[in-house]
Write a new protein. Sequence first.
Length: 170
Amino acid sequence: MTDAIYNVLFLCTGNSARSILAESLLNHWGRGKFRGFSAGSFPKAQVHPLALDLLNRMNLPVANLRTKSWDEFAAPGATPLHFIFTVCDNAAGEVCPVWPGKPITAHWGIADPAAVEGTAADKALAFRKAFEELESRIKLFTPIPIQGSDPAQLKSQLEEIGRTTAVTGE
C-alpha cells in the first residue's frame, strides 16, 4: 500500500465539457489515490453550463472547475503528471507539449456532447452519455494497482479501457 497520489490530466481541445466531466469524476472516484486535472489545447472561455448542471445534479465537485490551457501543465514547476488521457479525437491528433516526467498516456475518445444540436433533451442526453462513458472508464482505472506495474503493460491496459463503452441499464 502506498500513500502516493497520482496526478491525471484529461485533455480535450476546448476543455469545457468532456475533460471537465472527467476531472470531476476522477476527483470523486479516485479520492485518496488520484487527483484529476483538465486542460485544452484551445480552451473555451468558460466551462459548458450543461456540464456544470449535470455535475451539480450528480453531487460531484464543481467548485474549482475552470477552463485552462495545457500550457499550465507543461510549464516549469507545474504539477507533476503521472497519466494523461485525451478524451477527444482532435486533441489526440494534435502535437502535444513535452510533458515533464514522461507520464503514461492513452486515448479515451468520447463523442463531444457540446457539438450536439437539437432539443434541450437531446443535448442533456448527450452530456449524460459522455458522463456515463467517462464514469465507466474511471471506475475501471481507479482500482488498477499502479506502484510496481510495468509501464508498457499499464499503458496497454489504459488503452484498452479507452475502448470500453458505458455500462448502462438501458
